[in-house]
Design a protein around this ligand. Structure first.
Ligand code: ZN
Length: 657
């Protein structure tokens, strides 16, 4: 729910600056990011960042294991071969293995981070098996089994399979469940969930559900429980951070430590409430089992961390949005019964990221909105951030890539995107995160769990529609956020083009759209096309054998966004599973094969990698006469070295957990 993924739409025409891109392989590029103003933080805040950053790196193994139970075994085998191989390193098999290893690091496992499909190795099984023997590679499973897991395409084919009609638990290779069927999982949690609790815990969030000897039970992620060895290190650094933090952050960190020790989800709620109330501290963080995108049932959370501090100059934009939160809520084009009578604690800020960890590394969100528990959001508000230094790095890396020339038909659209692209993307993110997710309320009797496997995509749809609708409102000019509605036009044209077309460049031919944000963009765009069909609001145009999508009437499109928001809010507020399912299945999943093929070909010709990830900066304590006098930041530009370093210094879990 809380993370907004980056829509990669490079629209600038300035010359390339290769220095921002540190590596390229397959469908991914790796970018470095800078941490402006770090050197101007006071020493205790620099130390706080340092300790929280160390903590962020300590959970890396957890995510690998959560993504797939053999990921750590495979990563270690690959790294051992990679670092101790004495043969010809220009040989095709070695080169292909290096690429595969880069992909495994990028995805935190052997399944693609976005499509969830298992990677196809381009080195031979025989060569790999030989290396396992020659280098005496240690493995908790036999070499034969290890090869089978990597090379047999039908084994553990998808990390996350949410296809209709399959047992989505058994069809998914993710490691949140073992030995249980979807029906057993649903029965287990239906029995556990207290529907009358006004403050329900996030059921199942921090555990693996297993069946052993006929008994179904949770293995809780906590110190003394599952993933203990890594969590002890996470907590070790959190304690250091706690020791230099000031209130209220100090208390918040203490509550997180308490939760890591108890594994009690009531403690997690207490931490979240303390965290969300703290809008003052300059340094802030995410650290824990947070987002549930990786679980087919959307209950269990992957481990992640982000360390950040305020970007004071850019915070002005989100301050204005927050100040007007109630106005936006009151004028939302939804059933008045589903508006929040009082919007509480909508805080928003622009941050500078100092460290990414777990499920935020190397691929990362550009916005964060947490916590995810509906009742906490309602009672205590939510915290929203946009990440400016990451967005900046993305833009830098995308400059001059030819994308706009290839896919945008009309000059006027291209010019608006060029002039207002960054501002309109930033504002879209702000509105989505600061207001969209926090808006609206449930009808009495609705728990928020009704939408099942469609909940993530529908929630992102709701937040995006809120943003799109208001970006085109005169109010935005009135409060000084945009100079003219051309900013909205830039966003509308690029959003529709992305949703109906260019985002398919990130999906393999023949595959469906699975990822929640991609589904949401496709749903909004294709549904809007359908709603405006009679009046030709959005139109397909063919020119020189290429297809383009154009928006003919921006005012009518905005009205359509309002109609859509009304219906999506109704679905969420009433928990109308069938209506939500029908919309997603009709508009968000299937791609027209001919169009898909065309997009892939045109995109490929541009040589743009559809996915971006990052290398982290490094921090070093500066000591003088036994005292820490400073923390220095540096920007390593070597993707391979960073991962080998992390695997050497921040790997605490056994291969099988
Ligand atoms: Zn979102």
């Amino acid at each position: 729910m809380g993370f907004l993924a980056m829509a990669l739409t490079g629209c600038s025409e300035q010359p390339k600056e290769a220095a921002w891109v540190v590596d390229r392989f397959d469908d991914a590029k790796v970018i470095r990011y800078e941490v402006p103003e770090f050197e101007n933080l006071p020493l205790n805040e620099k130390l706080l960042v340092y300790y929280l950053a160390e903590s962020a790196k300590c959970g890396r193994d957890i995510l690998f294991d959560q993504n797939f139970k053999y990921n750590l075994t495979i990563r270690r085998a690959l790294e051992q071969i990679y670092t101790s191989y004495a043969g010809d390193k220009s040989a095709a098999d070695f080169v292909a293995m290096e690429k595969y290893l880069k992909k495994v690091w990028f995805a935190n496992g052997i399944h693609h981070h976005y499509s969830n499909d298992k990677f196809t190795p381009e080195f031979s099984r025989e060569w790999f098996a030989e290396q396992l023997v020659a280098l005496n590679v240690e493995s908790p499973i036999s070499h034969e089994e290890l090869c089978e897991v990597i090379f047999n395409p039908s084994l553990y084919a998808s990390r996350l399979n949410q296809s209709a009609g399959v047992d989505i638990i058994q069809a998914s290779a993710g490691n949140y469940y073992e030995g249980v069927t979807q029906a057993e999982v649903e029965a287990f949690y239906n029995k556990m969930i207290d529907k009358n609790d006004p403050c329900p815990i996030s059921y199942g969030l921090n555990s693996k559900l297993v069946k052993e000897d006929g008994k179904i039970f949770e293995k809780t992620y906590k110190i003394g429980g599952m993933y203990s060895a890594a969590l002890e290190q996470v907590v070790y650094w959190l304690e250091k951070a706690e020791s230099v933090a000031e209130e209220p952050l100090k208390t918040t960190i203490g509550l997180l430590i308490k939760y890591y020790r108890s594994g009690d989800l009531r403690d997690f709620d207490a931490f979240n409430i303390s965290w969300v109330k703290d809008t003052q501290s300059n340094v802030d963080f995410v650290n824990g089992f947070t987002e549930t995108y990786g679980d087919p049932l959307g209950m269990k959370a992957s481990w992640e961390s982000v360390v950040n501090f305020k970007d004071h100059a850019a915070c002005e934009r989100t301050r204005i949005i927050s100040e007007n939160a109630q106005w936006f809520e009151d004028h939302s084009p939804i059933n008045p019964a589903y508006r929040k009578p009082e919007v509480k604690g909508v805080s928003a800020k622009v941050i500078t990221v100092a460290m990414l960890g777990g499920d935020c590394y190397p691929t990362t969100p550009i916005g964060i909105n947490l916590p995810n528990a509906d009742w906490i959001r309602k009672e205590h508000g939510s915290k929203s951030v946009t990440i400016d230094n990451i967005t900046y790095a993305y833009k830098k890396a995308a400059q001059g890539n030819g994308f706009a020339e290839e896919f945008v038909l009309r000059d006027e659209d291209r010019e608006r995107m060029k002039e207002y692209g960054k501002l309109s993307d930033d504002l879209h993110t702000d509105l989505h995160e600061c207001l969209g997710h926090g808006s609206g309320q449930l009808a009495p009797g609705t728990t928020g769990n009704e939408l099942g496997s469609y909940s993530s995509a529908l929630e992102e749809t709701r937040a995006d529609l809120f943003a799109l609708y208001y970006l085109g409102d005169e109010k935005m000019i009135e409060i000084g956020l945009i100079p003219s509605l051309d900013v909205a036009k830039a966003q509308y044209a690029s959003y529709i083009m992305n949703g109906m077309m260019t985002q398919f460049s990130r999906i393999e031919l023949g595959k469906n759209v699975e990822q929640a944000h991609m589904r949401n963009r496709k749903l909004i765009s294709e549904w809007a096309y359908d709603l405006g069909r009679e009046e030709n609001v959005i139109e397909w145009v063919e020119k020189d054998g290429k297809r383009y999508i154009v928006v003919n009437d921006f005012d009518k499109l905005r009205a359509i966004f309002g109609v859509q928001l009304h219906e999506i809010q109704r679905i969420k507020s009433e928990g109308d599973f069938e209506a939500g399912k029908a919309l997603i299945e009709k508009f968000a999943v299937k791609i027209e094969p001919e169009l898909h093929k065309e997009v892939l070909e045109r995109y490929k010709a541009l040589n743009i990698e559809p996915y971006g990830g990052f290398v982290n900066p490094e921090y070093r304590l500066v000591e003088k006469d036994g005292e820490i006098v400073d923390v220095e930041v540096s920007y390593p530009a070597n993707y391979i070295e960073q991962h080998l370093l992390y695997s050497k210094n921040y790997s605490f879990l056994p291969s099988l957990n």
